[in-house]
Design a protein around this ligand. Structure first.
Ligand SMILES: Nc1ncnc2c1ncn2[C@@H]1O[C@H](COP(=O)(O)OP(=O)(O)OP(=O)(O)O)[C@@H](O)[C@H]1O
Ligand SMILES: [Mg+2]
Length: 330
């Protein structure tokens, strides 16, 4: 007789239209009951319009009927909010004191390497006025689908779920000119109304500073921790102290820091050039009492891959060490 486990396995082969992750991965399988060779399956209808529901229902019946000793298959849908369905292990935010130090890059790389190591990963772009995650992943012209009951994230080429205001705008160059409360509302929607499904990690890319958006994220999202990005240019200690104050107030641990644009390796001599001055890593670790997770050099290849939307192609030992340190700090 077919077991529940076999049914779940068969359901792994059915992709949710619009996001192309399986029913179990989107955590839409609510109940499986087997009696006298009859199988009843309850699915959450979250973020599925009626066409998508019909499609999924047909596929499920077709696939489950093929299993040994299955007679009848009944599929029904139950309503559930995305929040009730989402099952996310760790949520980590990437923050910094100032703009342009490479937060989005660090958030993207963190997501890319975690996914490469076999984790299920999502990236929530909480930068509403300067969203840059979709561009790094080459997702222009792609739009999230969904229904009244929820929004489906967009899937990157390597299978990372991505949600960003840029995916919603009529043109990706449109400017979002919103005040704090509206931005906070958009961030809340990305957390509460997006069907993320089952994920090991969500990485949140924050806008610079300690303003409304980081505050909203810390209030609304149950963060496992924060990664602070800084460059040798910055008054690192001051930036880190500000971040520490904010995270302490909000009761969120700092996992560690990443120094970006730390140095440049000269291609001819292999010499290490500290373009923006001496490393501020020691200052950062002293001020926060937390470890340095990575020092990322200025790398023309990185800049090119970001511009081309090919960030998922980046691979390096520095990135592997970063993830090792990150996992240890978590
Ligand atoms: N280590 C690096 N090597 C080469 N280019 C880099 C590096 N870090 C960042 N860049 C480039 O610098 C630009 C800014 O990086 P990024 O968007 O990640 O910064 P940010 O801190 O998120 O900025 P914002 O404050 O606007 O959100 C990007 O176009 C990226 O390609
Ligand atoms: Mg950014």
């Amino acid at each position: 007789m077919t077991t529940e486990e076999q049914i779940r396995q068969a359901l792994e082969g059915i992709l949710v239209p619009g996001v192309m992750r399986s029913l179990p991965k989107m955590n839409l399988v609510r109940k499986i009951a087997i009696s006298n060779q009859n199988v009843n399956i309850s699915l959450a209808s979250t973020a599925l319009g009626s066409d998508a529901q019909q499609f999924v229902k047909g596929k499920v019946s077709e696939v489950i009927k093929k299993l040994p000793e299955v007679n009848e298959v009944a599929v029904d849908f139950v309503e559930a909010k995305p929040e009730e369905v989402n099952d996310i292990h760790y949520v980590v935010a990437v923050m910094s004191g100032k703009g342009g130090v490479g937060k989005s890059l660090v958030a993207a790389l963190l997501g890319v390497e975690l996914a490469r190591q076999g984790n299920e990963v999502g990236i929530l772009d909480a930068d509403i006025t300067g969203p840059s995650v979709p561009k790094m992943f080459g997702l222009s012209g792609v739009r999230p689908s969904g229904s009244e009951s929820g929004i489906l994230p967009v899937l990157s080429r390597s299978g990372i779920e991505i949600m960003s205001i840029n995916l919603m705008l009529p043109h990706e160059d449109d400017a979002v000119i919103w005040r704090g409360p509206l931005m906070s509302k958009a961030i809340m929607q990305f957390w509460e109304e997006v069907l993320w499904g089952k994920l090991d990690y969500i990485i949140v890319d924050l806008p610079p500073g300690t303003g409304d958006a980081p505050l909203t994220v810390m209030q609304v999202v149950p963060l496992s921790g924060v990664v602070i990005v800084f460059s040798p240019q910055e008054l690192a200690a001051m930036v880190v102290r500000k971040a520490i104050k904010m995270t302490q107030k909000m009761n969120v641990p700092i996992l560690g820091g990443v120094e970006n644009m730390s140095y440049l390796i000269l291609p001819d001599s292999g010499k290490k050039l500290e373009i923006f001055g001496q490393s501020k890593a020691e200052e950062m670790t002293e001020a926060s009492g937390r470890p340095l997770l990575a020092q990322i050099p200025i790398d023309p290849q990185l800049a090119r891959l970001c511009d081309e939307g090919n960030i998922e192609r980046y691979n390096s030992d520095i990135l592997k060490t970063f993830i090792d340190n990150f996992l240890q700090a978590l």
